[in-house]
Design a protein around this ligand. Structure first.
Ligand code: BEZ
Ligand code: FE
Length: 283
């Protein structure tokens, strides 16, 4: 047993851990304490700065609700969400790259017919999204579920504007056909700021950072025997591609939205998804 000292602070705290703690929890917590103490020593944190940090975390918790998850936003803007994603999805070979899930997915969106329009508020420039879902050997996957969601032309998700947008506006689930094809109509997505009226938004402002995300369509693609794929496609040419507030952009996910002359749409975006084979799931 040692008393607490500045020099041995982390070791003293970690030595308190009981003998029957699970090896994984022990590894995570002792590393966390070691890095946290090293950080406090590195910047020689003052008592008033410590107070600001406690206040920030308190306000971050207080603004959370069923409709608002400020801690996920904090993880996103610090790049932690993308780092966890990168470590957990070192995509083999040609499998489609993953990106951040974000807070706006909704379970239970309706399954819609091939080609259906998910834009229920009639705003925005109609775009046909189409392509195939394939395995890593290039074989089409039939009956894959392609769950999609995006903001509307005003830059808001339906869940951010209850009573303003129709429920499930710009959302839907599509099932691939025997050739692995999916197709739906939506709008050409627009860039939007992440919710910035809370502590995370004020932190970004204090750091001289903007809250904008480049225009994108979200995809959650699932099929039996395959890893679940969470990704986006981004609109080529968007002004925020190189400064996404949550670091979600990957080169392979940027798509040319092509203008078309058609009575049913003004734009077309083609993207094929390649699903990795399922591996033993991680805890
Ligand atoms: C989104 O793309 O929906 C999103 C991702 C991270 C933070 C906020 C929004
Ligand atoms: Fe989004």
């Amino acid at each position: 047993m040692r008393y607490f000292t500045e020099e041995a602070s982390a070791e003293v705290v970690n030595e308190r851990m009981g003998p029957s703690v699970s090896p994984r929890l022990s590894r995570i917590m002792s590393s966390l304490v070691t890095h946290l103490h090293a950080f406090v020593k590195d910047v020689e944190l003052t008592e008033s700065e410590w107070g600001v940090a406690i206040d920030f975390l308190t306000r971050t918790g207080q603004i959370c609700s069923d409709a608002r998850q400020e801690f996920i936003l904090l993880s996103d803007v610090l790049g932690v969400s993308m780092l966890v994603d990168a470590i957990n999805h070192r995509t083999p070979g040609q499998a489609t790259e993953t990106t951040v899930f974000g807070p706006f997915h909704v379970d239970g969106a309706p399954e819609r017919e091939m080609g259906a329009n998910i834009s229920l508020d009639g705003k925005g420039e109609t775009c046909l999204f189409e392509g195939r879902v394939l395995d890593v050997d290039g074989r089409p996957i039939e009956n894959a579920l392609v769950d999609v969601w995006s903001d509307n032309e005003d830059g808001f998700y339906d869940v951010q504007q209850p009573g303003v947008q129709p429920p499930f506006n710009n959302r839907g689930i599509f099932r691939t056909d025997k050739d692995g094809r999916y197709a739906f109509r939506g709008i050409k997505p627009v860039a939007y700021p992440i919710p910035d009226d809370g502590p995370v938004g004020r932190m970004l402002a204090a750091l001289g950072r903007h809250p904008w995300r480049p225009a994108h369509m979200h995809f959650l693609v699932t099929a039996p025997g395959c890893e679940r794929l969470i990704t986006h496609i981004f609109v080529a040419g968007d002004a925020y591609l190189t400064s996404d507030a949550v670091f979600g952009v990957k080169e392979t996910l940027i798509v040319d939205f092509k203008p078309v002359v058609s009575p049913s749409e003004r734009w077309r975006a083609h993207f094929d998804f390649v699903l990795a084979p399922a591996t033993a799931s991680r805890a």
